[in-house]
Design a protein around this ligand. Structure first.
Ligand code: 6YU
Length: 501
């Protein structure tokens, strides 16, 4: 088989991982590559939408760490998709070092507008603890199982000494601020609660330098550019795959893919890029024979949660002109909580705040609210008018201005999306790097030159340190393409773009 570029390769899923794999295979001379995509579009969780005449991101928002090592940044620059500011050396060299560069406006549930100074004790303590949470990875014996438990117990211990000169009302307020920060961190991780995020492996996630930037014309521009370099009919849309028949039998090396409409496609290799949320629900229907147990257990153990956006447009801003983030503080939450007591009546308390879409000339007065977890999943089920009413009450309460009325809202609904079943993955309690290694392991496990790879796995949840991101997903697509390329060649595959695998 060596050197055979005509083998039949089927890729399941036309998100960035599937497209990246396809791109690299086609560029390496493979002529018989196809993508089967369940929906009518490419991009998956990269999804740009319209809000009136404005471009909004329903899914992925930023290039996290836009600098030379980040392949998404390099591609976006190559295609001319970024604002000049994002390309500057200062922007690329920017290292957060645990600090947030964003200018924040803080509003409390009693209608007070506070200054950043008012929340400084909480901010300082939370930043230190989040940083410490990443330090247990290479040490044996983290003090508790979850990031939530660690932060909560350390705040309770440390506030006694650190805040001894602060009066009890102010101290209680600082604890409420930390509750808001826990909720924000749920959005970052895509988890329901930080109690579900493992402490031991928290440091597994790695970042690049660079100040996060957006695509002024929309993230889907990246997809469109990559697709334009592929043959027109390479993606078969509206073609959900029901099952993949692979074999543990030495004598059989090909794979058969069965679509929901009954069509059967024989392939030499299949690259599966469906989201972890989909795998959790459908692995038993998708794989015949079933996945090896260690792989299945990792699918079950790894976390995959929901993070949604609620876009809200106003006629006039009620935030400062230089404000980047609006943070909300509920003054009855000094118990360090990141979950609401009753989802139906108080789901909105899980919304940590809003980011301000900038520049104003492009977006007008447009905010993006962030809400994670089961509260977010419940929000998806509500009529849009009810979400609008609840958000209106929230803004009126926190500003103390009973006449503020949003012009319109729009929300994402990632949990209801049957091909995603949530937003992105995280290392849940009990998880380790081994789970990500199990995720990426091809089938059969003992594949060799003589006994070829049948099923390969890509997608954000298969990256060892950039899981949950677009660049992570892209790199896994390249990784699995390279696995096949090196299988069919004696020399190492060339790298088209500098990439940290
Ligand atoms: C990033 C960001 N970002 C916000 C929100 C979301 C995500 N991410 P895909 O799902 O794209 O493709 C699979 C395809 O398969 C899809 O088209 C399906 O239709 C298809 N399919 C499924 N089943 C099928 C079947 N049976 N048959 C055929 N086809 C089938 N990432 O870099 N920047 O700002 C955000 C954000 C609301 C939902 C994000 C962000 C995540 C990315 O969007 C995501 O990883 C990739 O697009 C996935 O690509 P893919 O190809 O793998 O799957 C310590 C610590 C903390 C760790 N976390 C740090 C947080 C960083 C992440 N932050 C994200 C935040 C936002 C705001």
């Amino acid at each position: 088989m060596a050197g055979n570029r005509n083998v039949n390769i089927v890729i399941i899923g036309s998100g960035i991982a599937g497209i990246a794999a396809c791109h690299r295979l086609v560029n390496s001379g493979f002529t018989n590559v196809h993508i089967l995509e369940a929906t009518e579009r490419s991009g998956g969780r990269i999804k740009t939408g319209r809000f009136g005449d404005k471009v909004i991101e329903i899914g992925a928002n930023w290039i996290h760490g836009p600098s030379e090592e980040n392949p998404v940044f390099c591609l976006a620059r190559h295609y001319g998709l970024l604002d000049p500011e994002a390309l500057t050396q200062e922007n690329q060299a920017f290292d957060l070092g645990g600090e947030t560069p964003w200018i924040t406006n803080i509003f409390s549930s009693s209608g007070r507008k506070l200054s950043e100074k008012d929340i400084y004790p909480a901010l300082e303590m939370f930043t230190v603890l989040l940083n410490e949470s990443s330090q247990f990875q290479n040490q044996m014996g983290e003090p508790c199982t979850s990031v939530g438990d660690f932060i909560r117990s350390e705040v309770r211990k440390r506030c006694v000494e650190k805040w001894k000169d602060i009066d009890s009302a102010t101290r209680s307020f600082q604890l409420c601020v930390i509750s808001g920060m826990l909720k924000r961190e749920c959005c970052v991780n895509g988890s329901h609660s930080l109690d579900e995020v493992g402490l031991g492996a928290f440091g597994q996630y790695k970042t690049f330098p660079g100040l996060d930037c957006t695509f002024p014309g929309g993230y889907e521009g990246l997809i469109a550019n990559l697709m334009s370099e592929l043959p027109d009919d390479i993606v078969k849309y509206n073609r959900p795959v029901r099952s993949v028949y692979w074999s543990n039998n030495e004598k059989q090396s090909s794979v058969m893919v069965e679509c929901e409409d009954g069509e059967r496609i024989n392939a030499d290799h299949v690259i599966v890029t469906v989201p972890l949320g989909y795998l959790k629900r459908h692995h038993s229907r998708l794989f015949h024979p079933p996945l090896p147990l260690h792989k299945l257990h990792s699918i079950q153990r790894l976390g995959f949660g929901t993070n949604n956006k609620i876009f809200v447009e106003f006629n006039e801003p009620w935030w400062d002109a230089d404000c980047d983030v609006i943070q909300l503080v509920w003054e009855d939450e000094d118990a360090l909580v990141d979950q609401v007591p009753d989802v139906k009546s108080s789901w909105i308390k899980k919304l940590f705040g809003f980011t301000v879409l900038k520049p104003t000339e492009r977006y007008g007065h447009l905010l993006c609210g962030w809400i994670a977890g089961h509260e977010s999943e419940y929000m998806e089920t509500l009529p849009e008018q009810e979400v609008t009413d609840v958000v209106t009450q929230l803004v009126r309460r926190f500003t103390g201005n009973p006449s503020i009325t949003p012009r319109r809202i729009q929300r994402s609904q990632w949990f209801q999306n049957p091909w995603t079943n949530g937003s992105y993955s995280y290392l849940a309690t009990g998880c380790s790097q081994q789970d990500l290694e199990n995720m990426m392991e091809p089938l059969p496990s003992n594949a060799s030159k003589a006994r070829p790879l049948q099923v390969l796995f890509a997608g954000e949840a298969t990256h060892l340190c950039y899981f949950s991101t677009v660049h992570g997903a892209l790199l896994t697509g390249w990784r699995e393409a390279d696995r096949l390329i090196s299988h069919y060649s004696s020399t190492n595959p060339s790298r088209q773009y500098k990439a940290n695998m």
